[in-house]
Design a protein around this ligand. Structure first.
Ligand SMILES: C[S@@+](CC[C@H](N)C(=O)[O-])C[C@H]1O[C@@H](n2cnc3c(N)ncnc32)[C@H](O)[C@@H]1O
Length: 248
């Protein structure tokens, strides 16, 4: 069976158009030269960093996501090294001044032991004096707003003239701290006839700051700086995000 995100690699860029974090990554990566990006996907963050002149090693478990990233880079005459690997078991045999896990993707690991394994991998790839930047949703922001009602998130026209509707619902289980996203994709032709429908249902785990700090410490990492948003605002109870800088 294909890895989860492989099943929607052809659709991902049509509905994930967020760019609120790109300025942050460009600034934070500017002096790093060599960056290891874990969970790079189709390159939403990778491409702007490549364009800014950085060398990126892009890791993702989903092969088709990486294929799209590679193609997008080639179309722009940019070079990127892609590696298909699971972040829980990463061993590139190289070290980097900066390792990043953007877009709150560490939360795709719903088992805390897996998070520790991934953070051990981050640590193993840090050069002496290097740092990691990892972003998470703030628990308060993510546990609220659970709704079984489908919301129309996007209505876009495909190259063949058909319409793609993207619907989403989200539930959250406060006992396990695990959320489930129900993402439905429907493609209609010009006559309104449904041609295909696809369900993608990723799970995510909400981690509190203290828990994350404990998991990081088990992996031999400590939090050295923190922010509550991609504008470098302080981390508070009202923040939307938790952005951590970690060092050995
Ligand atoms: C929400 S997408 C984010 C992709 C990209 N960073 C972005 O900003 O659009 C999450 C990505 O994490 C990847 N991923 C999930 N679990 C993974 C794992 N265990 N190891 C490596 N990548 C993983 C998925 O394949 C997917 O591409």
């Amino acid at each position: 069976m294909l890895n989860n995100y492989d099943r929607i690699a052809d659709l991902y860029d049509l509905y994930v158009t967020a760019d609120y974090d790109i300025g942050f990554w460009k600034t934070e990566c500017a002096d790093a030269g060599d960056v290891l990006e874990i969970t790079a996907g189709t390159g939403r963050v990778t491409l702007p960093l490549l364009k800014a002149g950085l060398r990126i090693t892009a890791v993702d478990v989903a092969m088709h996501q990486l294929e799209r990233l590679k193609k997008k880079a080639e179309d722009e005459n940019l070079t990127v090294e892609t590696v298909q690997a699971d972040m829980r078991d990463l061993d590139l045999g190289r070290r980097f001044p900066l390792v990043i896990i953007p877009f709150q993707s560490l939360q795709e690991l719903t088992d805390s032991c897996d998070v520790t394994a991934a953070l051990r991998g981050v640590r193993a790839h840090l050069a002496d004096g290097g740092r990691a930047l990892i972003t998470l949703h703030h628990p308060g922001a993510q546990s609220a707003g659970s709704s079984r009602a489908l919301l129309l998130v996007n209505d876009s026209e495909l190259k063949n003239g058909n319409r793609l509707l993207f619907w989403n619902a989200r539930t959250f289980d406060a006992e396990s701290n695990i959320g489930t996203s129900y993402q439905l994709y429907e493609e209609y032709d010009v006559d309104g006839v449904l041609h295909r429908k696809r369900l993608f249902s990723p799970k995510y785990r909400v981690y509190a700051k203290d828990e994350f700090a404990e998991l990081a410490s088990r992996a031999g990492l400590r939090i050295t700086r923190e922010w509550g948003g991609y504008d470098w605002s302080p981390l508070t109870e009202k923040s939307c995000f938790m952005i951590f800088e970690l060092k050995v």
